[in-house]
Design a protein around this ligand. Structure first.
Ligand SMILES: *Cc1c(COP(=O)(O)O)cnc(C)c1O
Length: 358
């Protein structure tokens, strides 16, 4: 192996090594069939057992109630933006505008009907989560983005909502227990915390569907995918396999409560250093800080050191800490597979850099 690295990529993300190792083995020989995972027929019992296991693990880990179905689809979270509007928008939908992804979701809904932002944090470059906004009772649904991957803000509690609640949880799914019954639907791309790119998940309360009058193209109709167990057409077998292996790892770690405790500890460790270190400052309001994506910049007056710190950290094996262009500075994505040791290596780099520059 090459030199040790600490991967803080925002997505596709770091995945547990055991999932990667099992994927390599299955690429060579899928479940003792002598055939590679990527050459098997998806209409075999060996494959169906993977689909069943994947669905069962989602259900178990997130305690998904029986009146919900989980489907696995191609097209990423971005195509889910359109799916949501197609399947749920009849008269009017509200969106909580908390960043780039939320705005993109709203844009897709606007293309199909009446949709608007109930509140926005654009006024301060999305560094906080709007609060105290009104949710009109005549909305078909309210759409929220629970974790804003680019800005490092997060809605950390399941909100009470008088209308069907739909959440993009791409980047904080499986980092905490969620009261699924509060949502009509939860969806996301797998590649932020659940698996590799190429598959999206959608957890849908079945009785929330079938309420729109428009024609829904077959491939965009959730009911079709539910009826066919996510196998209406060829599913992304490789991505689903690796996601299943990642879920198995998560269960072996003790499930969501255990991983949440670890995720919170990692985030607290890193935020504590950002707050202590005279060279750096956090960008998100403290109460809304994400436990998955930690955004920070050079402190006022020290901006000129940014590239130097990036190079310094890179030298120590830090990968993927450059901030998104719309925030600048740095972003460390500390998803489930990232360890406390990874975070401590970054903290140490920040401390050593401070000593050099004091
Ligand atoms: C990355 C991301 C998306 C887009 O995901 P794709 O799978 O690339 O389409 C949507 N929402 C959030 C919150 C994200 O982090």
């Amino acid at each position: 192996m090459s030199k040790p690295v600490h991967v803080f990529n925002a997505g596709p993300c770091l995945l547990p090594q055991v999932a990667i190792d099992n994927a390599i083995a299955a690429l060579k020989d899928f479940k003792g069939t002598g055939v590679s995972l990527i050459s098997i027929s998806h209409r075999t019992k060996e494959w169906e057992s993977v689909m069943d296991e994947c669905r069962a693990l989602w259900k178990e880990l997130l305690c998904i109630p029986d009146d919900y179905e989980t489907v696995f689809l191609g097209g990423g979270a971005s195509l889910q933006f359109l799916y949501v509007a197609m399947n749920f928008l009849e008269k009017k939908a509200g969106y909580l505008d908390t960043g780039v992804w939320a705005s993109k979701a709203l844009k897709e809904a606007r293309g199909l009907g009446n949709a608007y932002a109930v509140a926005s944090s654009a006024d301060r470059n999305y560094c906080y989560i709007p609060k105290g906004y009104e949710i009109p009772s005549d909305l078909d649904y309210l759409h929220i983005t629970t974790n804003n991957t680019i800005y490092g803000t997060e809605i950390k509690q399941d909100i009470d909502c008088p209308v069907p609640l739909i959440a993009d949880m791409s980047s904080d799914i499986l980092s905490r227990r969620v009261d699924v019954s509060k949502y009509a639907m939860i969806y996301g791309g797998a590649q932020k915390n659940a698996g590799p790119a190429g598959v999206a998940f959608a957890i849908i309360r079945k009785d929330a569907l079938g309420k729109v009058s428009r024609y829904i193209p077959t491939m965009l109709d959730y009911r079709v995918h539910i009826d066919k167990g996510s196998m209406f057409n060829t599913p992304p077998v490789f991505s689903i396999f690796v996601m299943t292996e990642t879920l198995k790892w998560l269960k072996a770690q003790g499930g969501l409560d255990a991983i949440h405790e670890r995720d919170v500890r990692k985030a607290e460790t890193l935020y504590a250093e950002i707050d202590r270190n005279s060279l750096f400052t956090g960008t998100a309001d403290k109460e809304d800080r994400s436990i998955m994506n930690v955004c920070f910049v050079m402190a006022p007056g020290r901006e000129a050191l940014q590239d130097e710190f990036l190079a310094f950290a890179k030298e120590r094996g830090m990968v993927g800490i450059k901030g998104h262009r719309s925030v600048g500075g740095f972003r460390a994505s500390i998803y489930n597979a990232c360890t406390q040791e990874d975070v401590e290596a970054l903290v140490k780099a920040m401390q050593d850099f401070e000593s050099l520059k004091k």
